[in-house]
Unconditional design. Structure first.
Length: 265
């Protein structure tokens, strides 16, 4: 267990495990490093994995300040890399982690080797927003109903029936309310459209074919915006495709990061 210090002094918890070239795994909004627990071991035979708790989650500090934005989170990732003594790493970001990874690759290009953007969006106004029915279900004042809606957006009913949990992708339950609000605002305000063409790292864009939480239509928008980016749509995958469809999604990601994939599009 280690803690890096962000530019504003906030402590950022991170963990390093595995062997091989470094691979930073970035979690979704309002989630800690535990987002990656179900699949992290699949990467560790080939890579030294680095996971972190976003500010406001897990064992990182949760300042109630205007330091929650996707570009700022990218600077937090750089602070972790600096503390860990890693000059350059592969980066795999999913959901809000993918939003952060866009800024990391655009604004801190020397730190990113190869880039994977999973189930993410370029942000408003160019991205495709989730539908009104989805927004209404997630905002249900009945917390049990809202959690059930989120679970259904993340996984198929068959997967839920076969895997009763606990699920590590449904948010950090210990997260302070102010940090949860700031995470939501950071993700909602993300707009990297003008920055995407500046990304020079070889990029793979991955998305589940049945993702209504972050609509699948965002994937080709991003892939077309980043020079030379490749696109991989995972059949049947919902927002947590990287967990439920790990057998289909992880091998091509590993191959891409190892520069063995000639063509995914």
């Amino acid at each position: 267990m280690s803690h890096a210090q962000a530019a504003d002094g906030a402590a950022l918890h991170y963990e390093v495990r595995g062997s091989g070239a470094p691979l930073v795994l970035l979690a979704g909004q309002s989630n800690s490093h535990r987002w990656w627990e179900p699949v992290r071991d699949r990467f560790e035979a080939a890579f030294t994995t680095v996971v972190m708790d976003w500010r406001g989650t897990g064992e990182s500090d949760a300042p109630d300040t205007d330091t929650y934005s996707t570009p700022h989170f990218a600077r937090d990732v750089v602070a972790v890399l600096d503390h860990a003594g890693i000059d350059r790493a592969h980066v795999y970001g999913t959901s809000m982690g993918g939003r952060v990874a866009q800024w990391l690759a655009a604004d801190h290009a020397p730190r990113v080797d190869r880039l994977v953007l999973g189930c993410t969006s370029p942000g408003a106004p160019h991205g495709i927003e989730r539908g009104p029915a989805v927004r209404k279900a997630l905002a249900d004042p009945d917390q049990t109903a809202a959690r059930a809606a989120l679970l259904d957006l993340m996984y198929t009913p068959a997967y839920i029936a076969a895997h009763p949990g606990p699920f590590t992708t449904l948010g950090d339950p210990a997260m302070p309310a102010h940090a949860r609000r700031r995470h939501l605002r950071a993700s909602a305000r993300h707009d990297a459209w003008d920055a995407l063409p500046r990304i020079t790292a070889p990029t793979l864009v991955v998305h589940g074919s049945d993702d209504d939480f972050n609509p699948t239509a965002n994937a080709p928008l991003i892939a077309d915006r980043i020079p030379g980016a490749r696109l991989l749509i995972v059949p049947g995958g919902r927002h947590a495709y990287f967990e439920e469809c790990a057998d289909a999604a992880t091998p091509p990601v590993v191959d891409f990061l190892n520069a063995r994939t000639e063509r995914t599009r």
